[in-house]
Design a protein. Structure first.
Ligand SMILES: Nc1ncnc2c1ncn2[C@@H]1O[C@H](COP(=O)(O)OP(=O)(O)OP(=O)(O)O)[C@@H](O)[C@H]1O
Length: 318
């Protein structure tokens, strides 16, 4: 596999910094004072339901939409102040926006000319995203959505950037394509690159991301390392007497939910273990609630923000 080597940042620290970034359309607030950072060598998943404000935030970060207030920097500078930004930041916001009458190869040639990279880079970019020579000669109007995504990613990689900002890059990819993309982005981050990618699918992001920023109706509802967020999702336990275990936990002020497969406690494993010990209940299972817990948390945190939660969907307010 062809590899590339994103340059290490001159100084360690965040490559993308977003501070109180806000976008209002009339009285409707699409992005509401969001603040987060993305680190080099990591993949940051920007997660939220449809209409949460992910694309709007990414458009502001990459100079496509002016913010109402707040600021964002990439490599310490506002995107628009970066000299030849595509050499530093690869952006894929709308993969369907490519010119339908051009071939994939032509699209990449043009990008190369605009940003001043050698023509030979086109071959490398095509190989990186797995578009064949024959496919690269087809017109974009005949591309499947997955092929457009691959072409969009190739365009973003043309400048050999240190930072990638990708809006729903897995959209339209089949399971193999998603697997391929994960490997590509993981390798890119492992070599020091910084990736910010958005998705409305928790599972998709959870597999690849090191850090997560969860957004709902324009606001950040949770953020942190994936490990911390998985931990915060609680502990799943099973015992010979779950009713006694649940009561022991509640007596300690721990919030408990449960189903026929066991007890889920909003606390760490040690606290559950101690409660079981004191109550004299034998534990048969004890683990962090993990992925299921994170999904429950994501749904709960964004429930008030989801369009299905009430008639007054955000979009209608715009
Ligand atoms: N130009 C605009 N004028 C008015 N409202 C807008 C404009 N652009 C976006 N919005 C609104 O801002 C909100 C956030 O939209 P955005 O596209 O950023 O969401 P998203 O999280 O990317 O959603 P999705 O996952 O569906 O792509 C939506 O309610 C949208 O209708």
């Amino acid at each position: 596999m062809l590899m590339w080597h994103p340059h290490q940042p001159a100084e360690s620290g965040c490559m993308i910094a977003v501070e109180n970034l806000t976008k209002r359309y009339g009285t409707f607030t699409a992005v509401d004072a969001i603040t987060f950072e993305a680190r080099p060598g990591s993949v940051t998943g920007f997660l939220g339901p449809n209409g949460a404000g992910k694309s709007t935030a990414m458009r502001m970060m990459t100079g496509l939409t002016p913010p109402t207030s707040g600021r964002s920097t990439i490599l310490g500078h506002p995107y628009a102040s970066l000299p030849n930004p595509a050499r530093h930041v690869g952006v894929m916001i709308d993969a369907t926006a490519q010119h339908p009458g051009r071939t994939g190869r032509e699209v990449l040639h043009l990008i190369g000319m605009q940003i001043g990279v050698p023509k030979a880079r086109v071959e490398g970019a095509l190989q990186l995203v797995g578009l064949t020579d024959e496919e690269s000669k087809r017109r974009v109007r005949n591309y499947s959505l997955g092929m457009r995504q691959r072409l969009g990613l190739a365009g973003a990689l043309m400048g050999d950037p240190q930072v990638l900002v990708l809006d729903e890059p897995a959209n339209g990819l089949d399971p193999q394509g998603i697997h391929w993309m994960r490997q590509l982005l993981r390798a890119y981050a492992d070599q020091g690159g910084t990736v910010l990618l958005s998705s409305h699918l928790l599972h998709e992001v959870q597999i690849i991301a090191d850090d997560l920023v969860m957004i709902g109706r324009g606001r950040i509802v949770a953020q942190g390392s994936k490990a911390d967020l998985l931990g915060a999702a609680g502990t799943r336990a099973n015992s010979v007497d779950n009713a006694v275990l649940a009561a022991a936990l509640q007596a300690r002020g721990v919030e408990v939910t449960g189903d026929r497969t066991g007890v889920v406690a909003k606390t760490d494993a040690e606290t559950v273990g101690r409660a079981a010990l004191e109550a004299g209940v034998v534990l048969t299972e004890l683990r962090t609630s993990g992925a299921e817990g994170l999904e429950e948390m994501f749904l709960a945190l964004t429930a008030a923000d989801a369009r299905d939660s009430g008639p007054a969907a955000a979009k209608d307010a715009a």
